[in-house]
Design a protein. Sequence first.
Length: 211
Amino acid sequence: MSDPAPRAGNTKVTRDDWLAVAKDMLVNEGVEQVKILTLAERLEVSRSSFYWYFRDREHLLDDLLNEWSETNTGVFQRHCALPSTTLTEAILNLFLCFVGPDGFNHRLDFAVREWARRSNEVARVVAEADAQRILAIARLYKRFGHGPKRADIRARILYYMQIGYYALDLDETLEERLTRVPDWVEGFTGLMPSEAELAAFTKTLRATQGG
């Protein structure tokens, strides 16, 4: 027997609560474990309250995928478009999207990629997201005089390196990361960042890390 329909005003948990728990389950256990009953048990509510916010499990999964796109692809695009006066400053701005609690969520990204192995539709969405991210980086390079082909290749080098960096699950301290930043920038641009650019980047990075 199914649970009775919830009464108006039953707001013990919000839509964001459902999505947060579902996202945590997706990241840590995989998409197969994102089930309405399991989510309800973790939230300690009746599963019928789920239907205040979602038509069914597929609706929830669609919203999870949309949130991933907005956060991970959106943050890429926003950082690539940040105002900058030099190419090196623009690349440092992009680097900042990979740090901080509101930046690129690499664990979520890999969870969605694993999901894509089981769904052609999700695989299509992931492929489109990759294309959008590479295009955003290529536009960054074009702003500073790179032609379309060179901009595309440099964008792919940077993007594939960053995704691979997470795939290897490298463990670096903040200090180790900072020592490599100037050479990373030179590798991606052929130019060394200025002392002022590095100082501004370091200040922002430390602030996001609470240090």
